[in-house]
Structures are given as structure tokens and as C-alpha cells.
Design a binder for this molecule. Structure first.
Ligand SMILES: Nc1nc2c(ncn2[C@@H]2O[C@H](COP(=O)(O)OP(=O)(O)OP(=O)(O)O)[C@@H](O)[C@H]2O)c(=O)[nH]1
Ligand SMILES: [Mg+2]
Length: 199
């Protein structure tokens, strides 16, 4: 269980990263997918990560210390928000690529997708990028509460097929609204942290 979560700092680039050996799990996902809500759900904190009404606002990596030095969560800006400038998009891509390809602390990525819809091209590109770089991925499908009973397994299949989901990765369907399956996330984070360490 996550008993303690503390915001450490924000970083715009490599100069802001923390210089130590603590394992990190980076959270990525399309704007508005429910990333901040999920971070708040798993940490049991209402306002740890801001639940923004304006999508695409965060342009920094935000570092959170979990359970007093067990591991860190790194919250990345949402991607795929149409209204940001091309310049911002390029800066975002550069920042993410630099972090995801050259951060020794990185043990895996927690990637959020909206269970209601087929993953977007941006989602597919992100997952491809992670797999090409041999990064373990934990796919979290959000907004489970919005699905009808008969849509649940159908939509899970569509998400997995569209992403070409790697069966070595992790997959969990959650609702941040009624907290369905939220309690299952922590043990997956720990598995990722431990698996990465033995590599
Ligand atoms: N019904 C339902 N709504 C959700 C769920 N998770 C998030 N939301 C809602 O979706 C909207 C976006 O949630 P955020 O957590 O701000 O999304 P985000 O991915 O952090 O968005 P950005 O920071 O803008 O990229 C908010 O209105 C949330 O209340 C969920 O599991 N179920
Ligand atoms: Mg957010």
C-alpha cells in the first residue's frame, strides 16, 4: 500500500533530475485520460497531483517520493492535446525522449489509456516507443465506471489489440471515481521496481 507520498520537485530538463539511485516509475498518458486522478487515487490524496480542468497544462516532470524512499513516481505531461503549439509539442517530445531513454533510475512506465475508446495514434506511438526501448510497461485502463457490463472485456481486447500489447507487460482496469481495482496497483509497482533492479 502507498502510505506516504510527498512531492519532491519539478524539472523542465535533465538539470532538474534527482541525482541518486532511487527507482522511478514514470506515468504517461494522453491529456485528460485521468492520470492526475489515478495518482491521487493510489496515494489516497485529493490534491497531490492537480486534477486540471484545462488539459495539457503541466509541461514539467513532477517527482513524488513514495513511502519515504521506497521508490519515486514521476508524473509526465499529458500528450496528444491538440491545442498546444508545435513548439511546445517538440519541447515535450524532446524532454520525454531524453528522460525515457537515458534515465538510469527508470524501472518502468505506467501508461494510462481511456477504456472507453480505441487507443489513439499517439497512444500507439508511445507504446511502440517504450517497447522499442525495452521499457517494461504497466497499462492502466481508466474510466471503467463509464463502461457497460458487456463492453468491459470487448474494450480491453480492443485496447490490447490496437497497442499490440506485450503479454510480459501488466494490465489493469480501474475507476478513479469509485476506486475499482485501485488497491491492485501497488503490488504491480513493486514488481516493476524489483524486476528492473535484477536486470
Ligand atoms: N468517470 C470517471 N472520470 C474520471 C476518471 N478518472 C478521471 N476522470 C475525470 O477525467 C477528467 C480528467 O482527469 P485528470 O486526472 O485531470 O486527467 P489528466 O490525465 O491528469 O489530464 P492532464 O493533466 O490535463 O493531462 C476529470 O474530469 C476527472 O474527474 C475515472 O476513472 N472515471
Ligand atoms: Mg494531470
Amino acid at each position: 500500500m502507498i502510505k506516504q507520498a510527498d512531492f519532491v520537485k519539478s524539472a523542465a530538463d535533465r538539470s532538474g533530475w534527482i541525482d541518486d539511485d532511487m527507482p522511478e516509475i514514470c506515468f504517461v498518458g494522453r491529456s485528460n485520460v485521468g492520470k492526475s486522478s489515478f495518482i491521487n487515487s493510489i496515494t489516497n490524496r485529493n490534491k497531490l497531483a492537480k486534477v486540471a480542468n484545462t488539459p495539457g497544462k503541466t509541461r514539467l516532470l513532477n517527482f513524488f517520493n513514495i513511502n519515504k524512499d521506497e521508490f519515486r513516481i514521476v508524473d509526465a505531461p499529458g500528450y496528444g492535446y491538440a491545442k498546444i503549439s508545435l513548439d511546445m509539442k517538440l519541447k515535450f517530445g524532446e524532454m520525454m525522449e531524453e528522460y525515457l531513454t537515458s534515465r538510469p533510475n527508470l524501472r518502468g512506465v505506467c501508461m494510462l489509456v481511456d477504456l472507453r475508446h480505441k487507443p489513439t495514434n499517439d497512444d500507439v506511438e508511445m507504446y511502440n516507443f517504450l517497447k522499442e526501448n525495452d521499457i517494461p510497461v504497466f497499462i492502466v485502463g481508466t474510466k471503467l465506471d463509464k463502461l457497460k457490463r458487456n463492453e468491459i472485456s470487448k474494450n480491453e481486447k480492443l485496447v490490447k489489440q490496437t497497442l499490440l500489447f506485450d503479454e510480459e507487460d501488466w494490465f489493469l482496469k480501474v475507476s478513479n471515481l469509485n476506486k475499482d481495482n485501485i488497491e491492485k496497483a501497488y503490488s504491480i509497482f513493486i514488481e516493476m521496481v524489483n524486476k528492473g533492479e535484477s536486470n
